[in-house]
Design a protein around this ligand. Sequence first.
Ligand code: 13P
Ligand code: SF4
Length: 363
Amino acid sequence: MTLPFQTGEKTAASALSSLAIPGAARRFPALPAPSLAWNKDVEAATACLYARVAKVIPAIEWPFHAPYVKAINELKRERNAVILAHNYQTPEIFHCVADFVGDSLQLAKLAAASEAEVIVQGGVHFMAETSKILSPEKVVLTPDSEAGCSLAASITAADVRALRAEYPGVPIVAYVNTSAEVKAEVDICCTSSNALKIVESLGSDRVIMLPDRYLAENVAAQTKVKILAWHGACEVHERFTPQELEAYRADNPGLTIIAHPECPREVVEISDFAGSTAAMIDYVRRNKPARVLLVTECSMADNVAAETSGTEFVRPCNFCPHMKRITLPKILDSLLYMREEVMVDPLIAERARASVQRMIDVG
Ligand code: 13P
Ligand code: SF4
C-alpha cells in the first residue's frame, strides 16, 4: 500500500521561509517585562488555577509556574490575544492560560471563529500555519518556530506534484499535519477525527492519503476505497507496540486501551477504541473507565487526569519533543515581544485555505 517512490527534498526550509519579518512587532510595541517573583499576591491570584492542576502538578512546582501564569493572563487582555492549546500541551498551559483547547480540527475552527486580534498557538508549527491560513487578518504567533512535526517534515509540495503526475485523476487527501505548501497542492485536507468521512466523500474508488502511513492503514481497514499511502509516520505514535500494550493489559485487569489512529495498525487493532485526541478525551468522560491507558502523547493523560476522578491512568506514554518546545516562558515572550509571527505567502495561503475549507464543509 505504501507508495513506491519518494524525493529527498525536505520541508524545513519551506517551513522556515513562511516565517517572515515580524510586522506585528512594529504594530504592537514591546511591553515592559512583568515581575516574575513568587509572593503572597501571586499565590492568591493563581490559587483557583492551581486547584485545576493540583492532581498533576506538585505544590512544590507551582511557584515556578504561577508568576508566568499570572503575567500571561494579564498580557492576553492587554494584547487582545487568545491562546489556543492543543491537547498535548502541558497542564500549566492547557488548564491555566489557554482560552481554547482541542484537537487539530477544533483548533482550526476556533482560530477562524475567534474575534481576538492576536492568536498565540500552543502547538506545533503546522497548527499555527493552519490558524494563519484560516485567519489571514489576524496576527498568529508561535512561541517557538522550531516546533515541527515528523509528519509535516516527511513530504514536500514537489512530492505531491510528483504523485499527481504519477496518479492522474486520483484525489489527494492531506492530513492537516502538513505544511501550507503541501495543503496548497492537494484536493482536500483531513484530520484524525474526520479522515474516513473525507475519504468516502470523494466518490472515488482510489484515494491517495498523505503523509501518515498509519492513519492511512487505519482508514483503509474501515472502507472499501483503495488507499494509496505516503510513507510518513509520527515519531511519537509509531513507537507503541502491541506487545507492550498486551503486557500492560496482563498486569492491569480491566484495563481500557484507547489509541490515536497515528499508531500502527496492530496497536489500534488490540485497542478498545481509536480516535482523535478530542475523541479519546470524550471517550474517557463518557465511559469513565476504572483504568485507562491513553496510547498517545504524555501530556494528554495529565490533562484528562487533572479533571477526572475515579479513573486510574496507566502509563506508558511517549513525549513529543516538538510539542514540548512550547513553554510558559516562551508564551510570555511571544506576548511581550509579538514573536514569532507566522506568515504564509498569500497565493499559497489561498490554495491551502481552499483545501482546509473543503474539509470543514464536509462537516
Ligand atoms: P489530533 O487532531 O487528534 O489532535 O492529532 C493531531 C496530532 O497529531 C497532534 O500532534
Ligand atoms: Fe507531529 Fe507526532 Fe508530535 Fe503530533 S505527536 S506533532 S504528529 S510528531
